[in-house]
Design a protein around this ligand. Structure first.
Ligand code: PLP
Length: 473
């Protein structure tokens, strides 16, 4: 057992381990190279009878666990969207773990509640969100979107489904584009609407929702006695970071009295830049909004910023106070367990506060802008190569492209070439990229959003991609 008298020493050792790891992170293969079952088989089948020492636990951590880690904090990580961190965030997280406080009610840690309130106001200003919105930190965008759909459901049924369930309520319809994140369909299932009632609206040639098609779908549903309830617009889709036309969608939602939820999980961070403030236009129509500081705002997972226009609708949906959770302050304060699904909540505002204070507005803007400029440079390089093809317009710092050698026109063959290219690249351990499909085309994705990415990382990645591709052909 690790004892109090040894804690200080072990903690110092661990901080050294952490600093060494982060300094030498580029020496690890970015994507873990193990096979399914490799790690599991190395782990003993039983808990040790007598407690192990810190040294023995660390030894196994280094030898067994580390080879099975994919290094999300490596600057050669270009996959999915980043889940980036920073020194400031990590330090804040250490304190959260140390305090081990539950932040469910104001009384269970007043500072946690009031700091959360304050940092959510800071973020609201930083992104240029409507001043009357109320913010709360959720674990993930998936949870935030589920909370939005549940609130929409209750708000539009006079809070009756919470009481009586779905009997006799008919079929509610939810709308998003075919490019919306899978978490929306998951939320539709969990909220009890049924995935058949999720209408995937057509997109234009730049992968943005077609407002005309949205309105037609709403009218068709009304004509068939179905009940349009909520539209989910995406600001920065996962495949291409396309941005749905919020202004037009907002007007439609207003006309038909529908809840508008905006999923800006990744690209929302770009709104901290003046040159991306155009993204806020139409936000005044939104009822709820989510973006993830744990993706592209240097705050380690988990930290999802969720905003609502109508605080009452949110708390009326989720509040349920048994006797043992009643406190004297209930009427004067925010009790964030009433603002979402979880009762127990981590003190996530602390690491966010560390990040916001340590970077400052300028530091955050500089970094996000830098990440976008790196992507812009790469875009020019890709466009300059006759045997590579850009497959979607760039909004922020995601590039979608494929290798298209001269003379190959068969789409099946092109898909196969690009899939093989992806696997060969990732097997080198020198970078990690992922893919999507756009209009049936196997598409490679590169995101230049890892906290410490520099132009030379991207240049080396691009050289490796060209070299590997041309050897394949
Ligand atoms: C990443 C992503 C999500 C899911 O985020 P989690 O916080 O992991 O749930 C949802 N929507 C979009 C557009 C995303 O890019």
């Amino acid at each position: 057992m690790i004892k109090g008298k040894d804690f200080r020493g072990h903690a110092h050792e661990l901080v050294d381990w952490i600093a060494d790891y982060l300094e030498n992170i580029e020496e690890y293969p970015v994507k873990s190279q193990v096979k399914p079952g490799d790690i599991y088989e190395k782990l003993p089948s039983r808990i040790p009878q007598e407690g192990d020492s810190f040294q023995r636990i660390m030894q196994d951590f280094n030898n067994i666990i580390m080879p099975g880690i994919t290094h999300w904090q490596s600057p050669n990580f270009f996959a999915y969207f980043p889940a980036n961190s920073s020194y400031a965030s990590l330090l804040g997280e250490m304190l959260t773990a140390t305090l081990g406080a539950q932040c469910m009610k104001w009384e269970t840690s007043p500072a946690a509640t009031e700091l959360e309130q304050k940092v959510m106001e800071w973020l609201r200003t930083l992104l240029g969100l409507p001043a009357k919105w109320h913010g709360v930190i959720q674990d993930t965008a998936s949870t935030s979107s589920l909370v939005a759909l549940l609130t929409a459901r209750e708000y539009h049924t006079d809070y009756s489904i919470n009481k009586r369930g779905f009997s006799k309520s008919g079929s509610f319809r939810i709308y998003c584009s075919g490019e919306a994140h899978s978490s929306i369909e998951k939320a539709v299932r969990i909220a009890g609407f049924g995935s058949e009632n999720l209408v995937k609206v057509e997109t234009d040639e730049e992968f943005r929702m077609e407002p005309g098609a949205l309105e037609a779908a709403i009218q068709e549903d009304m004509d068939s006695e179905r009940k349009p309830l909520c539209v989910v617009a995406t600001m920065g889709t996962t495949s291409t970071t396309s941005v749905d036309p919020l202004e037009s969608i907002g007007k439609i939602c207003k006309k038909y009295d529908l809840w508008l939820h905006v999923d800006a999980a990744y690209a929302g961070s770009a709104m901290i830049l003046q040159e991306y403030r155009w993204m806020t236009s139409g936000l005044n129509y939104a009822d709820s909004f989510v973006f993830n500081p744990h993706k592209w705002l240097f705050t380690n997972f988990d930290c999802s910023a969720y905003y609502v226009k109508d605080k009452e609708a949110l708390t009326k949906t989720f509040q349920l106070i048994p006797e043992y959770l009643k406190t004297k302050a209930d009427k004067q304060v925010n009790n964030y367990s009433d603002w979402g699904i979880q009762l127990g909540r981590r003190f996530r505002a602390l690491k966010l506060w560390f990040v916001l204070r340590s970077f400052g507005v300028r530091g955050l803007q500089d970094k996000v802008r830098f990440h976008i400029s790196i992507a812009k440079d790469l875009e020019e390089r890709i466009s300059a190569e006759p045997d590579f093809e850009v497959l979607a317009p760039r909004t922020v710092n995601l590039l979608c492209f494929r290798y298209h050698p001269n003379g190959v026109t068969d789409e099946v063959k092109l898909n196969d070439i690009n899939e093989r290219l992806l696997h060969q690249l990732n097997a080198t351990g020198r970078l990690y990229i992922t893919h999507t499909k756009l209009s049936g085309k196997y598409t490679l994705r590169i995101v230049t959003g890892q906290t410490n990415v520099e132009p030379h990382h991207v240049e080396r990645a691009w050289d490796l991609i060209m070299e590997t591709a041309r050897k394949l052909a």
